[in-house]
Design a protein around this ligand. Structure first.
Ligand code: PRP
Ligand code: URA
Length: 209
């Protein structure tokens, strides 16, 4: 079963509380999401592979560790997942970025695919899938299936807020994919929104409502 890592550092909880507040506008919402993503990325990449490189300090030559640039890909689920890319990119600037476009059908709440563009060598990379909201889990599960169909075997899912229903669906369908979240909320409402949640993440990031 997928491991669930709740990254609830006090600074993350503090920033998330401001994001949840309905009075917080798009500019601050985006900024806070980027900051939290960087902080979460620190934990998510804890075991990222390193390689030895030869360098020379002002004192002497040495063999030192570097993250291999070819090892990571960030794949946001559009649109809202885009809000988590910049923070991760600050941490690993050489990571490649793929995009998976999905939206939820408002009636069925099931995801509809409209875009997929991934780095050519994605199957040889550790992939971090980003999406702030894990609600029913339908979007995340479809994105993970698309990546597996492309040969990816080392995938992590990074979300900000999750509902127990979404976590359960990912665990059942993708037991090999660890889930990293800042908070697990109470339940989904009749519109499949997370309660208490933070509303529609895409609309709050891009100011579309
Ligand atoms: C939101 C969110 C997730 C999805 C979560 O996207 O960003 O992708 O819903 O719901 P689920 O777990 O029930 O699938 P939305 O479909 O609203 O699209 P958007 O990001 O373009 O606004
Ligand atoms: N998508 C969102 O943006 N928010 C939710 O609470 C559920 C799905």
């Amino acid at each position: 079963m997928s491991q669930v890592h709740i990254i609830d550092h006090p600074m993350i909880q503090h920033k998330l509380t401001i994001m949840r507040d309905k009075e917080t506008g798009s500019k601050d919402f985006r900024q806070l999401l980027e900051e939290i993503s960087l902080l979460m990325g620190y934990e998510i990449t804890r075991d990222i592979p390193l390689e030895d490189v030869e360098i020379e300090t002002p004192i002497c030559k040495m063999s030192a560790k570097k993250v291999s640039g070819r090892k990571l890909a960030i794949v946001p689920i559009l649109r809202a997942g885009m809000g988590m890319v910049e923070g991760l990119h600050t941490l690993v600037p050489v990571a490649k970025v793929g995009h998976i476009g999905l939206y939820r059908n408002e009636q069925t709440h099931e995801p509809v695919v409209y875009y997929c563009k991934l780095p050519e060598d994605i199957q040889s990379r550790m992939v971090i899938v980003t999406d702030p909201m894990l609600a029913t889990g339908g979007s995340a599960c479809d994105a993970l299936s698309m990546l597996k169909a492309r040969g990816c075997t080392n995938i992590r899912l990074m979300c900000l807020v999750a509902a127990p229903e979404g976590i359960n669906r990912v665990q059942v369908n993708h037991p090999d994919v660890p889930i990293f979240v800042a908070a697990v909320d109470d339940h989904l409402n009749e519109d499949a929104y997370i309660v208490p949640g933070l509303g529609d993440a895409g609309d709050r990031i891009f100011g579309t409502k």
